[in-house]
Design a protein around this ligand. Structure first.
Ligand code: PLP
Length: 377
C-alpha cells in the first residue's frame, strides 16, 4: 500500500522549458526572471513593496534586522537588551534569527486550540525593551492580526508575520502581505508554491523597503548607473547579506505560481470535507478558523487525546500524520527564555495534522476521515 503523504512537492510541467532556457541563458543570478516573478506576486497580493529572497528564514532575518536595528548597523552587539515577543508553536526558523540578531526572546502563550499567539499575553509581556512581536499563522489560519497590530502601534513596536504556511491566505478581505510591518511567505520545497527554496518579504514602510533591497545583497546598491562599477565604486553604508533570489529559483517559482489558485482551491475543498466529516465527532476537536479570514489550509489540524497512538495507527493504515512543529522553547539554545505557557502545553499535547493538500483525492480523504474517526479517542 502506498502511503498518503502529508506533504508533496508541486512542480508544474510548465517549468521544464523556461527552466532549461534560463539555465543556458548565460544569466543565473538575480535578473529578468526575478523581476518577472516579483511583478506577478505584486499584482496578486496588491503590495508593490515586496522582495524575493533565497529562503523564508532569510526574510525573517531581514525583518528582525530592520525592526531591531533602526539605523545603519555595523555588526552584531549580542549584548543588548532588545526583546522580541514570539511564539514557540512554530518552526525553529521563526525564532533563531531573533537570537542571531542579538535580541532576547520573550515567549507569549498561545490559544490552546488554534495555536495562535495570544494578543492578551503579548500586551502583558511588553516592556521598555520590546522592539517587535511575531505572529505565526499556523497552517495558514490567520492570527488576530488587527488586535496584535493595535497593541504594537500603541507600544510603538514593529510587527512581524511569519506566513511560511500562508501563501494566498486572506484577512479582512485582503491577501497576506498587506497588514503588518514585515510579512514573510516561504517558497521552500513543500509549500503551496515552491521556487525550490525561497522566501518573500513584504514591507510596509518605503524606508524599510529601500533598506531591505540593499541588505539582501551585501548592502550594495545594484542600480545600474552610467560610469559606476557597482562592485568597486559605491560606498556600502551598512553590512548586508547574500539573501537575494536567483533566476533559476525565480523561474521555477514563477511557473508554479501560475497554478496558485487551483492549488489553494484543492487544499480548501479537502479541508471543507473534513470540517463536515468531523463536525459531530466527540473525540475530535477541529482547530477553529479565524472568521475574519480565509485560511490557506497548508495544514489541517485536529486535537485528539490519543495523538501519538493515533499517529501510529494512521501510519499502519498508510496515512502520514504528524505534529509538524512541536514547541521549540524547550531547545537548549532557548533555555534562558523559559517560562510557564499553559496554552502552549495544551496545544502541544494533542495537536495532529492530517493530509489535506492538492494531491489528496476524494477517495483518499474519505479513507483518511474514516480512519481518524474510527481510532480517535
Ligand atoms: C512556520 C515556519 N517559519 C519559518 C520557516 C522557514 O522557512 P524557509 O524554509 O523558507 O526558510 C518554516 C519552514 O519552512 C516554517 O514552517
Amino acid at each position: 500500500m502506498e502511503t498518503i503523504p502529508l506533504f508533496k512537492v508541486y512542480v508544474s510541467s510548465d517549468v521544464d522549458k523556461p527552466l532549461l532556457e534560463t539555465i543556458h541563458s548565460g544569466w543565473l543570478g538575480e535578473g529578468p526572471r526575478v523581476q518577472e516573478f516579483e511583478k506577478n506576486l505584486k499584482e496578486y497580493t496588491g503590495n508593490p513593496q515586496l522582495i524575493t529572497l533565497n529562503a523564508g528564514t532569510s526574510a525573517l532575518h531581514l525583518a528582525y534586522h530592520l525592526a531591531l536595528h533602526q539605523h545603519d548597523y555595523k555588526g552584531y552587539a549580542n549584548s543588548n537588551e532588545d526583546e522580541v515577543i514570539t511564539t514557540p508553536i512554530t518552526c525553529t526558523a521563526t525564532n533563531t534569527p531573533i537570537i542571531s540578531n542579538g535580541a532576547k526572546i520573550v515567549w507569549a502563550d498561545v490559544d490552546p486550540l488554534t495555536g495562535s499567539i495570544s494578543p492578551r499575553d503579548i500586551a502583558n509581556k511588553i516592556t521598555k525593551h520590546t522592539k517587535a512581536v511575531t505572529m505565526v499563522h499556523w497552517g495558514g489560519n490567520p492570527c488576530d492580526i488587527d488586535a496584535i497590530n493595535a497593541i504594537a502601534a500603541e507600544a510603538k513596536i514593529k510587527t512581524v508575520e511569519d506566513g511560511a504556511h500562508s501563501m494566498g491566505m486572506e484577512y479582512k478581505g485582503k491577501k497576506i502581505g498587506n497588514h503588518s510591518d514585515y510579512t514573510m511567505i516561504s517558497l521552500q520545497a513543500i509549500k503551496h508554491i515552491t521556487s525550490a527554496d525561497g522566501g518573500l518579504l513584504f514591507l510596509k514602510s518605503e524606508k524599510d523597503f529601500k533598506r531591505a533591497n540593499l541588505l539582501k545583497w551585501y548592502g550594495i546598491d545594484r542600480t545600474i548607473r552610467e560610469g559606476i562599477d557597482l562592485r568597486c565604486e559605491v560606498d556600502v553604508p551598512e553590512a548586508g547579506y547574500k539573501f537575494h533570489m536567483n533566476d533559476v529559483c525565480a523561474v521555477i517559482g514563477n511557473e508554479n505560481f501560475k497554478h496558485v489558485d487551483a492549488i489553494l482551491s484543492k487544499h480548501r475543498e479537502n479541508a471543507e470535507f473534513y470540517n463536515k466529516a468531523f463536525a459531530h465527532i466527540p473525540t475530535i476537536t477541529v482547530v477553529p478558523q479565524n472568521p475574519d479570514g480565509k485560511s490557506s489550509y497548508w495544514l489541517y489540524t485536529i486535537h485528539v487525546t490519543n495523538r501519538d497512538e493515533l499517529m501510529g495507527i494512521l501510519k499502519e493504515k498508510g496515512i502520514m500524520a504528524s505534529k509538524v512543529h512541536a514547541r521549540n522553547d524547550t531547545h537548549s539554545m532557548f533555555a534562558q527564555f523559559k517560562t510557564h505557557l499553559p496554552g502552549v502545553e495544551q496545544f502541544n499535547a494533542t495537536h495532529l495534522c492530517i493530509p489535506v493538500g492538492w494531491w489528496v483525492t476524494p477517495q483518499q480523504r474519505e479513507y483518511i476521515a474514516e480512519n481518524v474517526i474510527k481510532y480517535a479517542k
